[in-house]
Design a protein around this ligand. Sequence first.
Ligand SMILES: [Zn+2]
Length: 236
Amino acid sequence: MLYRFSFFSVIASIAFIGTLHAESFFKPTSIKLTNGFDFPVERPDADGFYKSRGFRAGGHLGEDWVTDGGSGHSLGQPVYNIGQGVVLLARDVHVAWGNVIVIRHAYLEKNQICFVDTLYAHLDHIGVKEGATVERGQKIGTIGNNHGMYPSHLHFEIHKNLNIGVNHTGFAKTLVNYWIPTEFIVKRRTLPEGGRKAILPITHFDIPSPSSYVARKHRVLHVKKSTKKSPVKKIF
Ligand SMILES: [Zn+2]
């Protein structure tokens, strides 16, 4: 999210927290190790794009990518999966995120199998389904503006902690849980994989559902209207 919209982001985040509910959606599966990572725009090197906002621990937990022409020219530009992976989440979760995709990747480093989740938010269009295997460099969607809430840009994160999903709350906003995206990618452009596969770990993370979002929205409206006279029902 862009900094100048931070006030709205805070409001959106508050609303967002209230919509969370636990949902188990991820089945164990095996996946090929990726042979490296690319940038999520204009693969493989993000030529013609720049970061309008970088990663900051405690604040902005990803990078915002726009075309050299600015956010006005970014709408509809392709977004690419950065490495071989499996789609965990691909849906409109409203409020702070809009259309969001989360992909899990396995890779080999120092002879250890490691995992990361990548998150692509505010998309105009989602082009993949949950549970699908996606190739490195595959187009997965297009840059959007979260239903008009922000200037068009890709908000992109890389999670060390596989329990984060789309929920920043409850996890330290530090490098313990997050990678700095550009740094991570640059150091891992080419990786050994040897055709090996890994069993992806089972994790559950909280996601808001459209139905709970709508239900809450209606409740909030009801409370606002009824604060003058009627007793207000406790809604939490
Ligand atoms: Zn952002």
